[in-house]
Design a binder for this molecule. Structure first.
Ligand SMILES: Cc1ncc(COP(=O)(O)O)c(C=O)c1O
Length: 398
């Protein structure tokens, strides 16, 4: 049977992840075990040399927590790049602060550092730097500007865990950083996230604020653990439609979760954010974190089939290409069982959201808008065979 190839659809779930999820579901392993959270915190503390690690149900919860702890209020402005997603913007909106969008550098799809200084006002409190597709941003230059203007720098490492700039990993440059364990990220426990603090002087009441955050519901934990099990059934049946129908059905009856709740598409804040992480998910995420460097190396290896001039230190969660005839390529690929990614086919993904709800003014970031009209993402995940990668490449190049 033809295997589905997809940039999304839980690309790094393997048989071992399904077994771990089943164990947690059936034996109810570690559901209330604080030692599990300690193990995960220790991994981050040791890798990033940070004593302050906080765990959440998502990257968005982690960012919301960091903005609160940084003292961001309704009066403040937070600088972000266009060419991003609602998950990265909503926490700013939820606090009531104003997101100020900066255009991107077309070489890296990241915030253009040459545009930063002119966007800073007396209200700018934080700059959030995203490392898009696992490609590192010009973080040293941005950090210098932030330091000169006494602005807090937060690194959005949601899609770039393991990427490097020089000898230092992304996540170690900012005053703080956050990570995502979302379903189509570099490492995944379906949902989840972490925040690390590198420079305590900009953040206050961290422990008090964290204590106020609720645990996730048991229902949510069930949904996350069922996801890899469901995908093990869905993926082999995806191309004969049965898998696709099953996925929609399971999401509809809420046996598994969707990536966003309805409210979030218009900037609303569901009750489920922010929440803490669950110990029940730690075995899943630790299993992947232990393979992180090997998985990232494999992604870079796979990306090398798509292009020659890879950016040093990038980990290529997805390999971006710009095309003229996107719809045609997407359709042709689908007919061959390949679902290419479309991050970010709107300056704020997903396409179709009302940009003014996220305080984005049309025409304000022309490079990001142009690229959003031409972008496609090719899959790089470790399970792909070289034959499959060449098949993707041929379809796009044809
Ligand atoms: C760049 C970026 N930042 C932040 C987030 C939010 O992460 P999460 O989905 O874990 O809340 C995402 C999610 O897709 C993202 O792509």
């Amino acid at each position: 049977m033809l295997k589905v190839i997809s940039s999304g659809l839980s690309p790094n779930t393997k048989a071992t992840d399904v077994i771990i999820a089943l164990e947690a579901l059936i034996l109810k392993r570690h559901w209330k075990d604080p030692l599990q959270l300690h193990i995960l915190k220790k991994w981050f503390a040791s890798r990033y040399n940070s004593d302050q690690v906080y765990l959440f149900n998502s990257g968005r919860s982690a960012l919301y927590f960091l903005l609160k702890a940084a003292g961001v209020t309704k009066q403040d402005e937070v600088i972000v790049q266009a060419f991003t997603c609602i998950g990265a913007i909503n926490p700013i909106i939820w606090i009531g602060a104003k997101p100020v969008y900066i255009d991107i550098d077309p070489q890296t799809y990241n915030l253009d550092p040459d545009l930063l200084e002119s966007s800073i006002t007396s209200k700018t409190k934080v700059v959030i730097v995203q490392h898009t597709f696992g490609i590192p941003a010009a973080i040293s230059k941005i950090k210098k500007i932030c330091q000169e203007h006494k602005i807090i720098l937060i690194e959005d490492c949601a899609v770039s865990i393991g990427a490097f700039v020089g000898k230092k990993e992304v996540g170690t440059y900012g005053d703080a950083a956050f990570f995502s364990f979302g379903r189509d990220k570099i490492v995944s426990s379906v949902s989840g996230g972490a925040a690390i603090i590198n420079n305590l002087k900009h953040f206050a009441n961290l422990d008090e604020l964290y204590r106020e955050i609720l645990e996730p519901s048991s229902n949510w934990v069930y949904q996350q653990l069922l996801h890899p099990v469901a995908m093990a059934v869905i993926l082999p049946l995806y191309l004969i439609q049965v898998g696709k129908i099953l996925l929609v059905l399971l999401q509809k009856i809420k046996l598994i979760s969707k990536p966003y709740e309805e409210l979030e598409y218009s900037g609303g804040k569901p009750e489920s954010y922010p929440r803490r992480y669950s110990p029940a998910l730690v075995p899943l995420i630790m299993h992947q974190l232990r393979q992180l460097d090997a998985m990232d190396a494999r992604r870079v290896f796979n990306a090398s089939y798509y292009g020659e001039n890879l950016i040093k230190g990038a980990v290529y969660l997805r390999y971006p290409v710009l095309v003229k005839n996107r719809e045609q390529i997407l359709n042709k690929a689908q007919r061959a069982g390949i679902y290419l990614g479309t991050w970010y086919d709107s300056v704020i993904n997903p396409a179709g959201v009302t940009l003014s709800n996220f305080k984005y003014k049309k025409g304000s970031c022309p490079v990001a808008e142009d690229i959003a009209g031409r972008i496609l993402n090719l899959p790089t995940y470790a399970r792909l065979t070289v034959r499959e990668i060449k098949k993707v490449r041929d379809i796009v190049n044809d």
